[in-house]
Design a protein. Structure first.
Length: 56
């Protein structure tokens, strides 16, 4: 006797924590914004970020 096949695929919710597509996309966007801000700071002040932070 054969087993009946399911007719409906369950809809699983994407996890909000851990390594998932949403977290990786959000992290990538935050990194891009941070990089752009560093470049803008260097252009506006004429100094590198380390000098702007007082580390150099």
């Amino acid at each position: 006797m054969t087993q009946p096949q399911p007719t409906v695929t369950p809809k699983l919710e994407e996890p909000k924590f851990g390594f998932n597509e949403y977290a990786e996309r959000l992290n990538g966007r935050a990194a891009m914004i941070g990089f752009i801000l560093i470049v803008v700071i260097e252009v506006v002040t004429g100094q590198g970020v380390l000098a702007w932070l007082g580390l150099r």
